[in-house]
Design a protein around this ligand. Sequence first.
Ligand SMILES: *Cc1c(COP(=O)(O)O)cnc(C)c1O
Length: 394
Amino acid sequence: MTRHAVSITEVETSQGVYPVGEEPYLLTPGPLTTAVSTKAVMLKDWGSWDEDFKAVTQEIRERLVSLCKGEGEYDCVLMQGSGTFSVEAALASFIPKEGKALILMNGAYGQRSAKTLDYIGRDYITLDKGDYLPPMPEEVEALLLENPDVTHVVVVHCETSSGILNPLKDISDVVARHGRKLIVDSMSAFGAVPLEVSEIPFEVMVSSANKCIEGVPGFGFILARKTALEAAKGNSHSLSLDVHDQWVYMNKTGQWRFTPPTHTVVAFLEALHLHEAEGGVAGRLARYANNRDILVSGMRELGFETLLEDKWLSPIITTFFSPADPNFEFGRFYNEIKSRGFIIYPGKLTEADSFRVGCIGLLDANVMEGVVQAVKESCDAMGVKTFAPPDGVK
Ligand SMILES: *Cc1c(COP(=O)(O)O)cnc(C)c1O
């Protein structure tokens, strides 16, 4: 996959000459490696009130609704800030002050939702599965039976801190059967893992520009039932994060309430067109799953072990245990790999040393083979001879 689709090769800047497309590949779950055309459309400045920019906003909203097949019943609201801002906006706007949430946690992003509810003062209970075990539908069911006052269930689709793909469909079925409302943080999965409202009739779904759609950072998006958007009036503690207000204003004026990240927004529209050209969600899933398969089999051949069993591995990001070999040191490993053209991600487990390698972004089989080779060369350079984790970490 070439990143040199256009004739720009160098741009002179006050920070030096930028060689376009020669930066390291980002094997991180956003920001990630994007297409040259996605970067190129940011070379133009846009007026946020202008009709041309309003049309961009509107096309993005429609395309996102259509990605979840929510035409008619659902609408899309765009929100400034990183993904966390949109999660906070959604939790505050859709869970009424007298509501109560059940948060399914198995990593950092579930924990962040709980912390957010502490800040905004909403009642909640949790199902905490630790670092890497999935919340199971039977457990969710038992908690819903015990807690009839729970109004909303909050679940992370792919928990990016371990890379686990949680059993969303089964959880959604239980939540629907018990008449509660489902809020999905599908930040790192939407656009690459199917999420259609006929299958998973969520109340609210949150994702952001710089994950599987392969845009650049700067805003998030919320897909929600129109009935939920109507009912959200007056719930938010925050003016800037009020999803209802943003929705009403966007529908009325075609504009964002406050300054939008214009360059990021036009880049995202380009990214959505590239997503469609690749075959939409199915096309993207196929490429990312192949990326993961090449990565995991290559790393296992070297002797590395994954944190998760195969059935829980997502096509988004994979956690590997750090080798027990005393010559392994993550800081040095990171720099060795970076010098070979790849940026990886530290681990986020509480109990064992680990690192993560992402499969999302404009990466293909060649890149994934390259990263496995870079891991091998980096370990050789460090004098690491065996790749197995310490005994008993699993
Ligand atoms: C990336 C991500 C977020 C948002 O993180 P930001 O750093 O605020 O963009 C939230 N949830 C999940 C599961 C994520 O992967």
